[in-house]
Design a protein around this ligand. Structure first.
Ligand code: TYC
Length: 135
């Protein structure tokens, strides 16, 4: 299995994920068909309130044959604030599948976590790789 194959299911989320349903528009019900008194008038069209897609990034850990399992678990606990149990589960997932998600964060948080993983791996002479991808 190649890296692109492994990453494929984690690709772009559909744009429709971010469209609010027309029938539940929130506090302002999004119905522009009312006059000042709230009475229905005009043509039956609805508008979607503007929703901004947050710029979130998925931080992924990649498998290799040399980094000790215990080191990966400690990195997941330290950098990603995982419990020992979650860290073990994620490490084993990466070990078996080749890649796994450590978390989803705004750009600068994700970047800092990737840097911390790569720095600590290099200092300890492990080939562990960590990457981020736009969600
Ligand atoms: N495959 C490594 C081993 O057998 C363990 C490992 C797990 C390495 C996860 C990297 O991201 C990783 N020692």
């Amino acid at each position: 299995m190649t890296l692109p194959d492994l990453l494929a299911p984690i690709g772009e989320a559909s744009a429709t994920t971010w469209l609010r349903p027309l029938t539940s528009a929130g506090p302002n019900d999004g119905d522009d068909n009312k006059d000042a008194g709230g009475t229905e008038s005009g043509t039956a069209t609805k508008t979607r309130p503007k929703t901004k897609r947050p710029n979130l990034y998925r931080v992924l850990l990649l498998n290799d044959d040399y980094t000790p399992m215990e080191f990966v678990i400690l990195v997941l606990q330290d950098v990603f604030n995982k419990s020992r149990e979650d860290a073990m589960r994620i490490m084993l997932h990466v070990h078996q599948k080749g890649v796994g998600e450590c978390g989803i964060y705004p750009y600068e948080v994700a970047e800092t976590k990737v840097t911390r993983v790569m720095d600590t791996a290099r200092k300890n002479q492990h080939p562990l790789q960590c990457v981020m991808e736009k969600q």
